[in-house]
Design a protein around this ligand. Structure first.
Ligand code: BES
Ligand code: MN
Ligand code: ZN
Length: 524
């Protein structure tokens, strides 16, 4: 799809050269600034065919006096980017299967178009025109729509152009994340995720991609990550992506994405109903890949690292069993009381690995808990962080990107339930506050840097008739990174680290079934 801004201060809207003209109107601001269109709106309202109420629309074919042969009037709640996005989404859904190749979108006068409106337009169009075809070639093809133009005033043109370019890059990242999520578990394997990361690395300068295989992971002592792969025939992959847009010495932001390409629960097996949706359990990984795609295109002045532990969680005769104790890369031993709490087991080793980058901040993204879906539904991703500055920056980015998060508590008291008689820590607490105890588990591996955790179990995909990946939170993450790049010396900087309570690491292979080391305290 091609997005271009048209400076419409010359021709009146009714004279715009396009196959379809979408006009977004608000209740208090009815005038389009074009007498021909104003008359059409006025007549339609008088006839009772159109109401200026949010969500209402009117399609007019071959409107008299209008150059475009299709006119769609769309009522929006107000002039905000959010309301604009909703109106455009509705409008594009309505015309995308018609014969139009080129749609022009305009907003009734009085609404000042900003970059955020342009981003909203691109994201709404990309969302409305995405079709999954990889394993369904028979899916109805998208219509003929090839080009979408946003009509704006001369003085809005530069912000609009910048917004369109940003929106295009973000939309491509969102679409990549969606596509990866939608691919079934037998297609989207750990090896496939690794090959997708490598492909991105080849396609973009400034991007370096490396994939660690099992022997390297054993050598690093990632006994927790490896314990999750024990039951699977698919080899695990640890993907490392590096984008250098900032100075060589500048501390990087690190994104860590949960890459469980299918989560059966393992020996603590899940019920059958709806288990297919556990192909989306690599949503965190997909969002990291999507964000790297957007960032590699926009080239902000930041350094960014992406880490993706990828594997399947399967039951088998070799699978990890409830009660098994494994040794994480941090040295902390973990009693695996429930093999279905596997996300935290792969993330904790990736979080320890992140220390070597001396990061400005680390953000992990994971479809971590069903409890988070119960707590927040599908509207907001769950945000957990002890760092107020980092948390605020992420919340703000989410609002800006219309990809919101909601902050959840992370008090130490919630970690009580993670006590174990046989290891430093258990991998599950009780049922209650499950999203928080999961975050508390991760917190025990993030003492060396500023850290935030996004639980996207409710936001990464949709169930039911519209079942499919959402590409969230690529929008939030990309916005955060662009904001950090723009913040210059006010950007989030590494926290001075006190002794992080590290222990000597094992460098030799650590069998997942080995007896626990002597208990140690990890400065909880
Ligand atoms: N991938 C799931 C979380 C999940 C479940 C996301 C349902 C979306 C919908 C995760 O690995 C998991 O199974 N978590 C368990 C944790 C429990 C065993 C403590 C859960 O949420 O039930
Ligand atoms: Mn699980
Ligand atoms: Zn999972």
């Amino acid at each position: 799809m091609d997005y271009r801004s048209t400076v419409a201060h010359g021709p009146a809207l009714s004279q715009l050269n396009a196959d379809a003209l979408l006009v977004v109107l608000t209740a208090d601001q009815g005038s389009t600034g074009d007498p021909v269109l104003d008359q059409i709106v006025k007549d339609a309202v008088a006839a009772g065919d159109f109401v200026l109420k949010t969500g209402k629309s009117l399609y007019v074919h071959r409107p008299v006096g209008v150059k475009a042969s299709r006119l769609l009037l769309l009522a929006a709640a107000d002039g905000s980017p959010k309301a604009f996005k909703a109106a455009v989404a509705k409008g594009v859904a309505q015309i995308k299967d018609l014969g139009a190749n080129h749609a022009a979108v305009a907003v009734a006068g009085g609404v000042g178009l900003e970059a955020a409106h342009a981003r909203s337009l691109v994201l709404a169009v990309a969302d409305a025109t995405y079709v999954y075809t990889h394993t369904k070639p028979s899916a109805p093809k998208p219509g003929q729509l090839k080009k979408v133009t946003l009509a704006c005033q001369q003085d809005e043109a530069s912000a609009v152009k910048q917004g369109l370019a940003e929106g295009q890059a973000i939309a491509e990242g969102v679409t990549l994340a969606r596509e990866l999520g939608n691919r079934p578990g037998n297609h989207c394997t750990p090896a496939f995720l690794a090959s997708e990361a490598k492909r991105l690395g080849r396609e973009h300068r400034h991007l370096k991609v490396e994939v660690l295989e099992r022997p390297a992971l054993e050598k690093l002592g990632m006994g927790s990550f490896l314990s999750v792969t024990n039951g699977s025939a698919q080899p695990p992959k640890f993907i490392i992506m590096q984008y250098q847009g900032g100075a060589a010495g500048q501390a990087p932001l690190v994104l860590v994405g949960k890459g469980i390409t299918f989560d059966t629960g393992g020996i603590s097996i899940k019920p059958s109903a709806g288990m297919d949706e556990m192909k989306f359990d690599m949503g965190g990984a997909a969002s990291v890949l999507g964000t790297f795609r957007a960032v590699a295109e926009l080239q902000p002045r930041v350094n960014l690292i992406g880490l993706i532990p990828a594997c399947e969680n399967m039951p088998s005769g070799t699978a990890t069993k409830p009660g098994d104790v494994v040794t994480s890369m941090s040295g902390q031993t973990i009693e695996v009381l429930n093999t279905d709490a596997e996300g935290r087991l792969i993330l904790c080793d990736a979080l320890t690995y992140a220390e070597r980058f001396k990061p400005a901040a680390v953000i992990d993204i994971a479809t971590l808990t069903g409890a988070c879906v119960i707590a927040l539904g599908h509207q907001h991703s769950g945000l957990f962080s002890a760092d107020d500055e980092l948390a605020q920056a992420l919340l703000q980015a989410g609002r800006q990107a219309q990809d919101t998060a909601w902050r959840m508590p992370l008090d130490d008291e919630y970690a009580e339930g993670l006590k174990s008689n046989f290891a430093d820590i258990a991998n599950v607490g009780g049922r209650e506050g499950g999203a928080i105890t999961a975050a508390c588990f991760l917190a025990k591996f993030t003492k060396a840097y500023r850290w935030a955790h996004l639980d996207i179990a409710g936001s990464a995909w949709k169930s039911g008739g519209a079942k499919g990946g959402t590409g969230r939170p690529v929008g939030l993450l990309t916005r955060f990174i662009l904001d950090q790049a723009a913040a210059g010396k006010d950007a989030i900087a590494p926290r001075p680290v006190k002794a992080a309570g590290k222990v000597a690491r094992k460098t030799s292979r650590t069998p997942a079934t080995k007896a626990p080391r002597a208990a140690r305290s990890a400065k909880a």
